[in-house]
Write a protein of this length. Structure first.
Length: 298
């Protein structure tokens, strides 16, 4: 590995593949890097060179997100004149629900400008774009799925950013319909892809973390008693998953979870040094091994 690596904030995918090849001793290609990201083993980032725009949001339980009153009888409400609807009302959650989770992305109205490096949470159009590139590079089928909620980026400190496009670039939008000023929130709509004029990269710290995980000995190597049998390992994974779900409200299908960090923190209180990434790795393995997984939908 280059000695200059530690002085670089990120690497292009081709350089990341070369470094992973050296770390692992196997030939790693750009499609391999994309596959590692799609499978949750590596975090990709987006270097936004020219300014892009997004709406900020946070992940919350649906019950804690913003709600609006919505008529229970939509047809009657549509027929009624303003203020004359006499039917019932219900509370409608305005958050974007995460697949297989009780959590949602609660978005703010304000539009913010983006520039610099942002991680990909892989929960919407951002994941589909990586899947499209992977399939194109490997001669796979065309990905025709359309993201319903747009593409997302991570803004740090738990902030999720929904990428926005401006109606000025929308050919079906009449220019006189645009609001003033130019940055008015109603002039924007969720973008299905990541921002234009950006470069896909891998953070250096992510590669160094991958190196650490590649060199981490297996359980059998640590205790000198040989590998666990398939049945024993499955049982232990069931215990790990069950305790995480019941004790830390871990949601196996949630896009993001605070549980690994909480578990690692509690272990450290008792002198047991286990990293967040190691906890996350075994929870992911437990989920894939113990539970039957359904195809991810967008």
């Amino acid at each position: 590995m280059s000695k200059l690596l530690k002085f670089k904030e990120w690497l292009h995918l081709t350089d990341a593949a070369k470094n992973l090849s050296i770390m692992s001793g196997d030939e790693v290609t750009v499609p391999d890097v994309l596959r590692l990201a799609l499978d949750g083993h590596l975090t990709l980032s987006d270097n936004i060179v020219n300014e892009a725009y997004a709406r900020k949001g946070t992940i919350k339980e649906a019950k804690d997100a913003r709600h609006v009153d919505f008529p229970t009888d939509v047809a009657a409400a549509a027929r009624a004149k303003a203020g004359e609807y006499q039917g019932g009302w219900t509370k409608l959650c305005m958050g974007i629900r995460l697949v297989g989770s009780t959590q949602v992305i609660d978005l703010e109205e304000e539009i913010v400008a983006l520039q610099g490096v942002y991680d990909l949470p892989m929960i919407g159009g951002d994941r589909l774009q990586i899947e499209r590139e992977f399939q194109a590079l490997t001669g796979g089928p065309e990905v025709t799925t359309v993201p319903m909620d747009g593409a997302f980026l991570e803004g740090g400190d738990g902030v999720i950013l929904q990428v926005q496009d401006h109606h000025e670039d929308n050919p079906s939008m009449q220019k006189e319909s645009l609001k003033k000023p130019w940055h008015h929130p109603e002039n924007f709509y969720p973008g299905g892809d990541l921002p234009k004029h950006c470069v896909m990269v891998v953070r250096t710290e992510e590669l160094l973390d991958m190196k650490k995980r590649l060199n981490e000995p297996e359980a059998g190597e640590r205790n000198g008693k040989g590998d666990l049998s398939t049945r024993e390992r499955s049982t232990l994974l069931k215990l790990v998953l069950g305790m995480a779900i019941e004790g830390y409200r871990y949601a196996p299908d949630a896009a993001r979870s605070e549980a690994p960090g909480e578990i690692a923190g509690d272990l450290q209180k008792h002198g047991l040094d286990v990293s967040d990434d190691t906890v996350r790795k075994y929870l992911k393995e437990a989920t894939q091994t113990v539970l039957s997984r359904k195809p991810r939908k967008f």
